[in-house]
Design a protein around this ligand. Sequence first.
Ligand SMILES: *Cc1c(COP(=O)(O)O)cnc(C)c1O
Length: 350
Amino acid sequence: MIPLRPNIKHMAGYVPGFQPRDEQRWIKLNTNENPYPPSPQVREAILAELGEDGACLRQYPDPPSAAARAEAAHLYGFDPSWVILANGSDEVLNNLIRAFADAGEEIAYVHPSYSYYATLAEIQGARVRTFALGEGWELLDFPERYAGKLFFLTNPNAPLGFSYPLEFIEELAGRVDGMLVVDEAYADFAEENALALVKKHENVVVTRTLSKSYALAGMRLGLAVARPEVIAALDKIRDHYNLDRLAQAAALAALRDQEYFRAAVEKIRATRDWFSTELRVIDYSVIPSSGNYVFAAPPDRNGKRVYEALFARRILVRYFSDPALSHGLRISIGTREEMEALLNALREIG
Ligand SMILES: *Cc1c(COP(=O)(O)O)cnc(C)c1O
């Protein structure tokens, strides 16, 4: 018998969105990747770091990723002691659970939102509670005071795309005894974000990723903004070389090129708004989205049927069998041309 911990033995493990091996032959709208390349400065910075012979790779990277951390702090208006860089925002979500929730203690999140929090909690042996959404996206049965260690609020919500106003998040911060983690993976596509609340409320943490808005999913870069005491704890827990040399160079260059970043985000937002209108024309119900994806349901509310018909045409979108989501599909926003091709397919499928 291999002496595994029981929770590891029994957990299912997270299943990421399908990544086809013959990527060129698909229209891939299933994992909220950016359809545009990252800033050309990113490629330049990686090649410069690598040099002619790759000799830099002999040496360990800077443990705190100080240059990229300072750049992120400057961008968001914080002292660097309030910011930590991570190997994808998934790393920082994991380390938040390890820092705040002991085995047997509780964490919570909204259902539906990002179910990876549950996987991370299971590894830790923490208990998981979910709060369902009402018709107006209110949190059903949310107590006057929530006594768990961490509450994860994905805002904008993924996969549904709506976002809560700041006043709601602030009220929530006041009702949570533990930490309120606002997972802002998609905030760059939204109108508002909760960074100001980090300064106002000591229990608010904001997490971000460079995977979507900066088109760096393949590089694995994320970050968190929180009080220095929280950042210091996360610094103790993380892998001391959590960002490799190329990732640090990429992060610095991507964050510096705000002009390129803003143009790409603006294109995606425009495509999203146009695409949402077109979907309504063919009788889909579409939730107004603040992300780089939309959640939409066909008239017969059979997400699986449409998912399969699109799959047969080599168009990948995300279908969730969860009863709260099976009536629709989460569709990432690609280029205008990709979305036109998808709309043509949807018209054919009916
Ligand atoms: C994509 C995503 C993440 C993970 O981001 P990485 O930086 O790629 O690890 C976290 N939370 C939500 C809601 C996401 O959609």
